[in-house]
Design a protein. Structure first.
Lengths: 185, 296
């Protein structure tokens, strides 16, 4: 935000940068072979706006999901969490299809001018514990999130970071590694 | 950028107010520098030190004076989660979160920079508002942080406070110093009169600026949440409750008015010109207008 914007109290939301989403498709090879993490679905979370334009976008989104998911055999569902955010949740044994469909959803929302309301994309993985990789659209960065009861398993998260640093664009400031409650994936 | 994001009229008024303040302050400084003596110098140096201290300790001072208590993620998971999601959307570093034990439903933000900001809500606000309304109020406070309103108002008030102090001290103690000849007395009278004028005009301008910043933060909240109507209903709920709150409670929090989402002074006893916040009706009207423009 520029000086003048601050001086005049102008608000702008940064545009989403979905391109780095694809980094996950290559990173998945390392995640599954070196760390034996198995993928368990993915999702994209956004804040629904209150406008009739948004309901039109939602209809189009559903049509698009129906069509492309039929082609790739991806299962999808749309859920609302207790914070009022909408989730598009995808399940597919083919990891590549998950990433592509997530990207497509983000593009559809952006085309309809709702890209600024994208919160994040989430990839779920499993070994003994559940591991999430969260993609922040505003920063175009990933960060790991490993919930452990009410807390989080920070040491595992930092280990994940050091292993994946080369393959994924990882958020450098750990203060921005926001946990995410209520992940419906 | 979407059309309803900006309000050119508001920005023009804000710019004009700041321009007028700058002109007024330049005039004031010119007068002070022309007629200054040891006493005004000391006062200004003293005020600069105060400003510096305020700049660095304001967040702690505000927390201390309002009795706000910082809460961890474990204590208030929902509140923290709501704030961090809003921060992720607005791309802001997450501020500290605090709670004030109070029957007055209110919220405020403080801190000199985005990194050291604190957002606080009262216990009553948390109880009375629904999740979307609470979110809208938090987004309003985050917009204050984003727009650095604390800093803007602190800087804008600096010379105004100097003028006010000059007037008060000269009234009670005279000009001070041994310089009692005619020239010194003339200079003292000029400084006194100019200070009064600067004090009054800057007071009104700062109040206007503060109201414009409120409108801007309302708009920021609508942009972050995408739902102007949530803030509107939160404002209605808060103001409805505010009127029924006993005045003793209100007086305790009155010093903090400029930072609250709705000032805790019951009744519309103050003229709008003098108040730090625009009327709730005007704010709701602006929010409704945003909502209509969103559709196109």
């Amino acid at each position: 935000m520029g000086f003048l914007d601050t001086l005049l109290g102008k608000s702008k939301l940064p545009k989403p940068k979905p391109d780095k989403l694809f980094a996950m498709s290559t990173a998945y090879v390392t995640l599954s072979t070196n760390l034996s993490l198995a993928q368990a679905g993915a999702g994209i979370c956004f804040k629904p706006l209150e406008a009739s334009r948004f309901s039109r976008a939602e209809i189009e989104l559903r049509e698009l999901l129906q069509q492309s998911c039929k082609e790739t055999n991806t299962q999808y569902s749309i859920k609302k969490d207790s914070y009022g955010y909408l989730w598009v949740i995808l399940n597919d044994p083919e990891f590549e299809d998950l990433v592509t469909t997530l990207y497509m959803v983000s593009e559809t929302l952006t085309d309809h001018d709702f890209g600024e309301q994208l919160l994040c994309a989430v990839f779920k993985f499993k070994d003994e514990s559940v591991v999430y990789w969260i993609y922040n659209f505003k920063q175009a960065k990933y960060y790991p999130y490993v919930p452990k009861g009410e807390q989080r398993d920070s040491s595992y998260e930092f280990r994940l970071r050091s292993i994946m640093e080369r393959e994924l664009p990882i958020e450098k400031e750990a203060e921005r590694w926001y946990p995410l409650k209520d992940i419906p994936i | 950028m979407k059309k309803w994001y900006s309000d050119l009229g508001l920005q023009a008024r804000m710019l004009l107010t700041m321009f007028l303040l700058a002109v007024l302050y330049l005039f004031f400084l010119a007068v002070i520098l022309t007629f200054r003596n040891a006493w005004t110098d000391i006062l200004i140096i003293f005020m600069l030190v105060m400003l510096f201290l305020q700049f660095f300790f304001s967040d702690k001072m505000v927390l201390w004076s309002t009795g706000a208590r910082l809460v961890t993620e474990q204590e208030e998971p929902r509140l923290h989660e709501t704030v961090s999601r809003l921060c992720a959307i607005a791309d802001l570093p997450k501020p500290k979160v605090a709670i004030v034990d109070s029957n007055v439903p209110n919220a405020f933000a403080t801190g000199r920079s985005k990194g050291s900001a604190v957002v606080a809500v009262t216990t009553s606000l948390k109880q009375k508002l629904s999740q979307p309304e609470l979110e809208a109020v938090l987004a309003h406070e985050l917009s204050h942080v984003k727009n650095r309103d604390m800093l803007v108002i602190t800087i804008a008030s600096f010379l105004s406070t100097v003028a006010a102090l000059l007037v008060r001290n000269m009234l009670f103690f005279g000009m001070g110093g041994g310089d009692r000849d005619r020239k010194g007395a003339g200079a003292a009278i000029i400084i006194f009169v100019v200070s009064i004028v600067v004090w009054i005009i800057s007071f009104l301008l700062i109040r206007a600026l503060s109201r414009y910043r409120e409108f801007a933060a309302d708009r920021g909240s609508a942009i972050i949440t995408g739902r102007p109507s949530n803030l509107a209903s939160a404002l209605m709920k808060i103001s409805g409750v505010m009127e029924n709150v006993p005045t003793r409670d209100l007086r305790e929090v009155e010093a903090m008015n400029a930072f609250f989402i709705i000032p805790a002074v019951s009744g519309e006893s103050l003229m709008n010109l003098f108040s730090t916040h625009p009327s709730v009706e005007a704010r709701i009207r602006a929010l409704e207008e945003m909502e209509q423009r969103m559709e196109f």
